[in-house]
Design a protein around this ligand. Sequence first.
Ligand SMILES: [Zn+2]
Ligand SMILES: [Zn+2]
Ligand SMILES: [Zn+2]
Length: 141
Amino acid sequence: MPIPDHSALLKEHRLRSTQNSRAVLRLFTSAQRALSHGELSASLAPDVDRGTLYRILHRFESHGLVHRVPDDEVSVKFALCQHCSPQTHEDQHLHFKCQVCGHTHCLAQQSIPEISLPGGYQGQQTEVLLRGICPRCQVAD
Ligand SMILES: [Zn+2]
Ligand SMILES: [Zn+2]
Ligand SMILES: [Zn+2]
């Protein structure tokens, strides 16, 4: 996989390229899995405070660069969007959480099956979190 051009990716999503926003984006592109606030801030320079990180994630999310990932932990996780833009931001795919390493991955090719609701209920968004063992943890044993 070629090294992504983080400045270009930010520009594509109409986001200002700052040192901090590039640093956060770099963490997502190199991790290739969902990351929590805690994981992100642990890998960032100490001078990037909580407020700055929250603002960056909020901007990334509203511009279709990352999406929220359901999780059973208190902390919210975010993952990089694959084909979203500021105009189209849909991440209706399954998410898989490994019970061994605790990592959450986007299963971007796996779309969420249609769920028929009882009368009177109108669904707007479905989040599916599958739990199991990821390929890497099955090999490692
Ligand atoms: Zn998205
Ligand atoms: Zn695992
Ligand atoms: Zn996802």
